[in-house]
Ligand binder design. Structure first.
Ligand SMILES: Nc1ncnc2c1ncn2[C@@H]1O[C@H](COP(=O)(O)OP(=O)(O)OP(=O)(O)O)[C@@H](O)[C@H]1O
Ligand SMILES: [Mg+2]
Length: 269
C-alpha cells in the first residue's frame, strides 16, 4: 500500500481508545466527567454536536475506571424494554446469577430499592437520543432509587437541542456539553494522530497556517477533521501517482487543503 493510502487509514472514523488523545479541551471534559461520576448524582447528561468526541470520551472513561469501579457501558441502545431491564439486572447482580424469567420494570425497581444501601453502580448510555421517551422516563425513575447512576450521552442537532432541553433541563443534576476543538486542538489532534503512527515528518508539515485553514473549514469538529485529512491524503496519493513534482514536502500546500474542502463541499467552485 502506498504511503498516502496508509496515512488515509489513520483518519478513518472509529472509536479506538488506544488512540485516544488528551487534547487541552478533551482533558478538561474528561476531568469534568470523572468528577461528576464521583459525586452522588443520579444522572449526568453529556451532550454535544455529532463528532465532538462523546463516544470516545465515555469509552475512555469506561476503560480507565472499570478495574476500580462498578461501571458499565451500553454503546448501542437497547430499545427493547425487557432486554434493557435484563441488561441492567446483569450489571447489578453479576453474570453468575440468572435473570428471573419475565423480569418486569416494576420488579426491577423493587429490586433496586431493596439494594439501595448496598449497591451503587454507574451505567454509561451512548447514543441515548435513540431511546424512546417512555424508556428515558423509566431510566430517570431507576436513577431515583440511587442504585444506578446514569451517564446519558446524546448528540444534539439543532432539532434535538429542543428535545434535550425539554427532557432534561429540570431533571438532570449535571450537564456537560462537548464542544468542537480550537485551532490549537485541531493542530494537536492532527499532529498527535500522525505521531502515534510514527509519521513525525508528516506531522511537522501541518504548520499553524495549514491548521488554521483546516479549522476554518471543519470548525474544529473531529469527525470533519478526519474527513478532511482522509481526503487530503487521497489528493496526495493522486499527485504522487500523476504529478509527483507538484508535491511540496516541507509544509502542506494551501491549494491541496482547498481542493479537499472543495471535494467535501465546504466551498463551491
Ligand atoms: N480526544 C480524542 N482523541 C482521539 N480521537 C478523537 C478524540 N476526540 C474525537 N476523536 C475522534 O473523532 C471522531 C468523532 O468522535 P466521536 O465518534 O466520539 O463523536 P461523537 O460526539 O460520539 O459523535 P456522534 O454524536 O455522531 O455519536 C472519532 O473518530 C474519534 O476517534
Ligand atoms: Mg457517538
Amino acid at each position: 500500500m502506498s504511503k498516502y493510502r496508509q496515512l488515509q487509514k489513520i483518519f478513518v472514523d472509529q472509536i479506538e481508545i488506544t488512540q485516544y488523545i488528551g487534547l487541552d479541551t478533551s482533558i478538561l471534559f474528561y476531568n469534568k466527567l470523572q468528577e461528576s461520576i464521583a459525586k452522588p448524582l443520579k444522572m449526568i447528561l453529556l451532550y454535544g454536536k455529532p463528532g465532538t468526541g462523546k463516544s470516545i470520551l465515555i469509552n475512555k472513561i469506561y476503560h480507565d475506571l472499570r478495574d476500580k469501579e462498578d461501571i458499565h457501558i451500553i454503546s448501542t441502545p437497547i430499545r427493547n424494554e425487557s432486554e434493557f431491564i435484563r441488561t441492567l439486572y446483569r450489571f447489578l447482580v453479576g453474570d453468575a446469577n440468572e435473570v428471573p424469567e419475565n423480569l418486569t420494570y416494576n420488579q426491577f425497581i423493587d429490586i433496586c430499592q431493596s439494594l439501595k444501601d448496598e449497591k451503587h453502580i454507574t451505567v454509561l448510555l451512548d447514543e441515548a437520543q435513540l431511546y424512546p421517551s417512555s424508556m428515558m422516563e423509566q431510566i430517570r425513575l431507576i436513577s431515583d432509587t440511587r442504585v444506578i447512576k446514569f451517564v446519558v450521552s446524546l448528540h444534539k442537532t439543532e432539532k434535538e437541542d429542543l428535545i434535550a432541553k425539554e427532557h432534561f433541563q429540570s431533571r438532570i443534576w449535571e450537564t456537560i456539553e462537548l464542544k468542537n476543538g480550537t485551532i490549537h486542538d485541531t493542530q494537536m489532534y492532527i499532529q498527535k494522530k500522525l505521531i502515534q503512527q510514527n509519521y513525525f515528518e508528516i506531522a511537522n508539515m501541518f504548520d499553524m497556517g495549514n491548521c488554521k485553514l483546516i479549522h476554518r473549514f471543519t470548525k474544529g469538529n473531529y469527525r470533519e477533521i478526519n474527513k478532511m485529512m482522509y481526503t487530503l491524503f487521497e489528493i496526495y496519493d493522486y499527485y504522487e501517482n500523476h504529478r509527483p513534482s507538484k508535491i511540496a514536502h516541507k509544509t502542506v500546500k494551501k491549494q491541496f487543503i482547498e481542493m479537499a474542502a472543495l471535494k467535501l463541499g465546504y466551498i463551491h467552485a
